[in-house]
Design a protein around this ligand. Structure first.
Ligand code: PGA
Length: 244
């Protein structure tokens, strides 16, 4: 059975003080039975990595280039040097706030690989697309465009996050999640063979302690990408337990 993953995306939240939460979590989960990845703001990656918790540390975005005149941006190599082993790319908030296209997301995933990090590639339909019955075609197009050639179970994780479920308290039904994850698994297997079949598929969008176990039990759901509920040990601890 695939080892599940519980990934926490702190987004633009958390100060230095938030790091004590990681120590609390490490105390309650000293040797987690799933992969735990904590993605704090970039300013906290080095400090989080220095805590030497049993958790991997991740970044929330990277630039596609290795260096150059890109004020304010961070190369994947810099994030890895700071202590990140995973990099989220293509989160819907990046796609919306910064107009990131599938091609840019794909280049960022390649940058993560170039630096030796695992890319957590996010895709997901908007509410309008779901209402128009376009979910599966949108997801297929994003997956095709955002995932580079050479994806494997060790360099890539896919996070399916319906945009309308992020931060809203609304989750997709387990039936809807099952339908999308089955399609993702099929498409990755067709494109990459056994390497594609081994790519873990996370669900994201209002995962909470109360719904995590039910969601993680769905076929082809290999864990979760968690925003709001990853900010407190009291919420994220039970989510880690549900993934174990
Ligand atoms: P949420 O965010 O858990 O707060 O809905 C998920 C995400 O954006 O990754």
């Amino acid at each position: 059975m695939t080892r599940k993953m519980a990934a926490g995306n702190w987004k633009m939240n958390g100060s230095d003080a938030a790091l004590s939460m990681l120590q609390d979590l490490a105390q309650s989960h000293p040797s987690p039975g799933c992969d735990v990845v904590i993605c704090p703001p970039a300013t906290l990656i080095a400090a989080a990595a220095r805590l030497m918790t049993p958790f991997a540390i991740g970044a929330q975005d990277c630039h596609a280039a290795q260096k150059g005149a890109h004020t304010g941006d961070l190369a994947a190599e810099m994030l890895v040097e700071a202590g990140a082993s995973h990099i989220i790319v293509g989160h819907s908030e990046r796609r919306t706030d910064h107009g990131e296209t599938d091609a840019e997301v794909r280049a960022k995933a390649e940058a993560a690989w170039r630096a030796g990090a695992t890319a957590i590639i996010c895709i997901g339909e908007t509410e309008g697309e779901r209402d128009a019955g376009q979910t599966l075609s949108v997801i297929a197009r994003q997956l095709e465009g955002s995932v580079p050639e050479g994806a494997t179970g060790s360099n890539t994780v896919i996070a399916y996050e319906p945009v309308w479920a992020i931060g809203t308290g609304r989750t997709a039904s387990t039936g809807d999640i099952a339908e999308v994850h089955k399609a993702l698994h099929q498409q990755l297997t067709e494109r990459f063979g056994a390497d594609g079949a081994a790519i873990r598929l996370l669900y994201g969008g209002s995962v909470k302690p109360g719904n995590a176990a039910e969601i993680f039990a769905v076929d082809h759901v290999d864990g979760g990408l968690v925003g709001g509920a990853s900010l407190s040990a009291g919420d994220f601890g039970p989510i880690i337990s549900a993934a174990e």
